[in-house]
Design a protein around this ligand. Structure first.
Ligand code: DPM
Length: 318
């Protein structure tokens, strides 16, 4: 009897340049670990890729960049999907699971200035300077620190955004360091924002690979790419966000530090106008990162975080 050849593994990805760079990296890593297996990339467009003219906060966020890929897995068209972890909702559809979390890039936010502001910092930009971002998290925190700046929505992929900046529509834009580095555009970064100014998004800088919870073969392949320290930090961050029932468009920021078994999670929830800010921090054992996230959420809820969020949810529905 001849053993049947091992199945070809089909990797699902969005079509954006960043998504593809990330997916090809995953493919390459898996190919190195499992030289005898075949890995193919299948691309799909998601709702978030198609609707470019509506502010992110308005189109409803749950699974904006992930739903089509999730259907692909549930229908058996692909075996797993590679996401920027920060775009992956904290609650996954029945049957799907977070198979692994890869090593994180710098999770911080970066400022890219228009060339006429060369040598400046975001804090020294003139009154009324226009900052491009569609992130409520960046907007709220930056408004809080720099009330003299003006904010304007910006959509599109990284190249489109940088082009709009260069064309003079904005004085500066704020983007993830990770995305710029992965696309070899780190030379555009003028300033990396300190955690005191901007706490990053949950999962920022890491990739999350989603697959069927029942597919033990895929789960065991993916374990080869798991980065334990990143995973612990991101599990704490995701538990925090899940407990606050925040989606991907909420003014919630985090920061995590792992030292030995000690994991510290800091969080912020800010009102969109930047006026009201609730902050907190919890340190605990990294063996139970979810408990740390839950703790911080409950602590901050008592300090008014939920009232801020409820107000935002009410406005997004109207
Ligand atoms: C999510 C947000 C943004 C993306 C919201 C946030 C930024 C939207 C914007 C959940 N997803 O961060 O508060 O600024 O208009 C996204 C980027 C990356 C993954 C781009 C970016 C690359 C970095 C990474 C879009 N998703 O944040 O500049 O892998 O973390």
């Amino acid at each position: 009897m001849v053993a049947s050849p091992p199945r070809t593994i089909r990797i699902g990805s969005r079509k954006s340049q960043l998504a593809l760079v990330q997916t090809y990296w995953v493919q390459e890593q898996l190919q190195k670990h499992f030289p005898d297996r075949r890995f193919e990339v299948h691309t799909m467009s998601t709702h978030g890729d198609k609707v470019l003219d509506v502010a992110l906060a308005k189109i409803g966020d749950k699974g904006l960049f992930t739903k089509e890929l999730e259907l692909g897995m549930l229908n058996g068209d692909i075996d797993f999907a590679v996401h920027s972890l920060k775009d992956l909702p904290t609650r996954l559809p029945d049957g799907l699971t977070l198979g692994c979390v890869t090593e994180r890039e710098d999770p911080a936010d970066a400022v890219v200035l228009h060339s006429k502001h060369q040598g400046q910092q975001i804090e020294t930009l003139p009154e009324g300077a226009i900052i491009g971002t569609s992130s409520l998290r960046r907007l709220a925190q930056l408004r809080h620190h720099y009330p003299h700046l003006t904010f304007k929505d910006i959509r599109g992929n990284l190249n489109t955004r940088l082009q709009k900046l260069d064309d003079g529509e904005y004085d500066a834009i704020v983007l993830a360091v990770a995305g710029l580095r992965r696309l070899d555009m780190a030379d555009r970064i003028h300033q990396i924002l300190e955690p005191e100014v901007s706490l990053h998004a949950v999962g920022q800088g890491a990739l999350g690979i989603e697959c069927l919870g029942s597919d033990t073969e895929i789960l065991s392949l993916l374990k080869a790419l798991e980065h334990e320290a990143t995973a612990k930090r991101c599990y704490a961050e995701r538990a925090f966000l899940r407990e606050l029932e925040g989606g991907c468009q909420v003014p919630i920021g985090v920061n995590t530090v792992l030292e030995g078994d000690s994991l510290t999670l800091k969080g912020i929830v800010a009102s969109v106008d930047g006026q009201t800010v609730v902050k907190g921090s919890v340190t605990g054992s990294a063996t139970d990162p979810d408990a740390i996230g839950l703790d911080l959420a409950q602590q901050m809820r008592q300090q008014g975080a939920q009232d801020i969020l409820n107000q935002i949810f009410a406005e997004q529905r109207s």
